[in-house]
Design a protein around this ligand. Sequence first.
Ligand SMILES: [Zn+2]
Length: 156
Amino acid sequence: MIKNHTLCEDHSIRSTQTRQKYDAVSIELREKMIVVKCKGSEAAMSKLAVHVAEQIEAVPVLKAHEFILTTTEDEELDVNKAIKSIKDFLKLANRENDFAVTAMNQDISITLLSGETLKCNDASNDGFFVCQHCGRMSFFEADHKDHEKMHYIGGA
Ligand SMILES: [Zn+2]
């Protein structure tokens, strides 16, 4: 009787531990993936995905109306860093006030509030403006010109 009871207890402890281990694994997987929903910014989505992925060191996967950021590293993806990077991108396009960037756990939504949808159609053929002086790449002409001015003013 006593022996049976001990075995039973032992088993229940072990199954609890196993359950906790599985919970930890599923949380870990979730944090290695960020979904970014792009309403009204689909036309600029591939560039946005590249921009954000570069900043948070993730791999972008493009879908029709959203892109997914994943990582092959052991480190988790930082949602706050991704949001900041998206806001920086909108700022470069001078559209930061026209979009709402909201997050629910690992899902980020970019929603058009006012004005036209976000496009990158002022970019050169290959999609980038490259600084003649330092090789800096930019998605937007205005940002590119601002940057080049810095070289002239600074004399660098
Ligand atoms: Zn430069």
